[in-house]
Design a protein around this ligand. Structure first.
Ligand SMILES: Nc1nc2c(c(=O)[nH]1)N[C@H]1C(S)=C(S)[C@@H](COP(=O)(O)O)O[C@H]1N2
Ligand SMILES: [Mo]
Length: 324
């Protein structure tokens, strides 16, 4: 049996475009990168006040039961261990196995999400509000990273559309912008001048209203751990993983296409739509196949990550190569 060399998986950060490089080269980039790689902070341990917790913590048995969970295609869910120890979360570090140890004490309670912009009812939700107003359900989704790896994750959460219904987008609203937490004191990666912080993302309003689009607060029946984007993160399963922004603090309805973190970093390589598409290669690698974490070898990547029936209507008549 052959082992997949990790060189087959291409980190998003390896190449910034030349303009970005020229722009940031002067700003003590080496010191910033050192900070991103080396500094381990020790934020205050979060208070034991459990009021902000998402799901009731469950006994360890949930993981064992979870091993038998499958997605609708019959593929087994990844283990809790895999999902919580192999992460992309550049606010902490670009080392996927380094995120969990750096993030474990990150304080995620208390937490608020401000929702505003082009809405009739701008609202600031505490996590307690969110958990009491919106019933949490389980959704077992595939997550396909643009780098060429994937997992199956049993999320707990609720449809973003339910939250948008409460704030009532006005007729002028066409897009949704998500802003995630800015906290360079506790997030070593945010001291890197290579990137534009905070991490932001966006969706077209109809994409945001699609029933698959989830605000996740837990996985495997437990509240999210910091490395997975606690206490609340977006999950858009038919798009590359970078659209699924972690640790959201602000949501705005807007009338123009929002910026997004990876497109700002490298617009030649990362677009706004980022729909999973095996036929449109990344400029530096094919997207035709992927490595499911925990498996040897590669499996074919599915159009819209296997959610074509649910979402193809959103892109009728659109050129998916131009709108990558
Ligand atoms: N705020 C923030 N959200 C983020 C990222 C990040 O670096 N920062 N990485 C994205 C990428 S590239 C992926 S693949 C997924 C990974 O989610 P997971 O670690 O929960 O599996 O989170 C996405 N959301
Ligand atoms: Mo990713």
């Amino acid at each position: 049996m052959q082992k997949i060399p990790s060189s087959e998986i291409t980190p998003e950060h390896i190449y910034l475009n030349r303009r970005q490089f020229m722009k940031t080269a002067g700003v003590a980039a080496s010191a910033a990168l050192l900070a991103a790689c080396g500094v381990k902070t020790s934020p205050e341990t979060p208070t034991s006040d459990a009021s902000g917790s998402a799901a009731e913590p469950m006994e360890e048995g949930a993981e064992v039961a979870g091993q038998e969970m499958t997605d609708e295609l019959g593929d087994a869910a990844n283990s809790f261990e895999e999902i919580t120890n192999y992460n992309n979360y550049y606010e902490f570090t670009f080392d996927k196995e380094g995120v969990a140890p750096l993030a474990e004490d990150y304080p995620t309670s208390p937490w608020e999400v401000e929702v505003g912009g082009l809405v009739n009812n701008p609202t600031t939700f505490t996590m307690e509000d969110i958990l009491s107003q919106f019933d949490q359900e389980e959704r077992i989704y595939r997550l396909r990273c643009v780098e060429g790896w994937s997992m199956v994750i049993p999320w707990e959460g609720f449809a973003l559309s339910k939250l948008l219904d409460v704030v009532e987008p006005t007729s002028a609203a066409q897009f949704v912008q998500f802003q995630t937490v800015l906290d360079p004191e506790n997030m070593p990666g945010q001291n890197s001048g290579w990137y534009s912080w905070p991490y932001i993302e966006g969706l077209r309003l109809d994409e945001a209203m699609n029933d698959l689009t989830l605000l996740a607060t837990g996985l495997y029946g437990k509240q999210l751990l910091p490395q997975n984007g606690a206490p609340i993160r977006l999950v858009v399963p038919w798009k590359y993983g970078f659209k699924s922004a972690k640790s959201i603090v602000r949501i705005d309805l807007v009338d123009a296409m929002p910026e997004n973190f990876w497109k700002i970093a490298n617009p030649r390589e990362y677009g706004f739509y980022a729909n999973v598409n095996p036929e449109v290669p990344h400029p530096r690698w094919s997207q035709a196949s992927e490595r499911r974490i925990g498996e040897l070898g590669r499996r074919p990547t599915l159009m819209f990550n296997g959610y074509e029936e649910e979402v193809a209507y959103l892109y009728e008549g659109m050129n998916l190569r131009a709108n990558f």
